[in-house]
Design a protein around this ligand. Sequence first.
Ligand code: SF4
Length: 305
Amino acid sequence: MLCAKEQLISERLPLLRQLLNPCRLCPRNCGVDRLHDKQGFCRIGGQIRVASWAQHRGEEPPISGSHGSGAIFASGCTLGCFFCQNFPFSQLGNGQLMSADELGAIYSRLARNGIHNLNFVTPTHVLPMLLEAWLCSDERAKALPLVYNCSGYESAEVIDLLDGIVDIWLPDIKYSQNSVAAELSNVSDYVEVNRRTLRKMWDQVGLLQVDPTTGIASRGMIIRHLVLPQGLAGSADSLLWLRQEFGADVFLSVMSQYFPAYKAFEHPIMSRSLEPEEYIAVLDLIEELGFTNVWAQDPTERGGA
Ligand code: SF4
């Protein structure tokens, strides 16, 4: 007998596959025929390219726990961040083409190793392929919470189709100004799309639910924000919006780890790392706004994603 999630994925996979031609899996709406291996902005055709997979221990504590999160890193991306620290696979497409059976076997292997959840990283442009692989995985993998670790630039239709399938939404809030998003990530409508996306995710799952004994999350939302040099991420505006929209108890993960990578050395501001005082100013605002559930990093931490 199919479990509830398996039933939902089986029903919605054909609808998600339809979004591959013309491709409108993400708000870019490139309109190419991905089913016949045409590529749009994300530079991925009809088959998933997997950059790596890992029993990842570097996520937030309720995600990584003691045994790690089963992270699947997909190649390609719907954004074009010129400072991306993962650029060899997000922007340059490094990775290995994989069938659903092969990828499903990886989910199963990770599950046997004791991971706390399956974690799809930058998944949207290859979502049908990731879910097809899920159907090929074993019962142990299928019983795990599903984490959707994304840029927060998502189509409303796709988020609706994932209702009841994704257990933990892990989106970014990257910018609060479209002009900056356009310059740094080659996207013209990030702010309104991102805010609509976060609201929809919140409506589906609400506050993070963590097992008091194990400390592991089973459902809910964690919002990530990477602070950028010279206020380019618009942290203050984003924090004010989050406080107003979701209240003080929403779970936030605020990161200081920016360092220049890929083409960032060519930019007058992004060519340097974040200064500790820039990060501390954001933490001060978080305190002032009364947020209660925040993961912060060491302000002096630099490099390493
Ligand atoms: S998933 Fe890729 S091809 Fe499809 S609309 Fe988005 S960027 Fe374009």
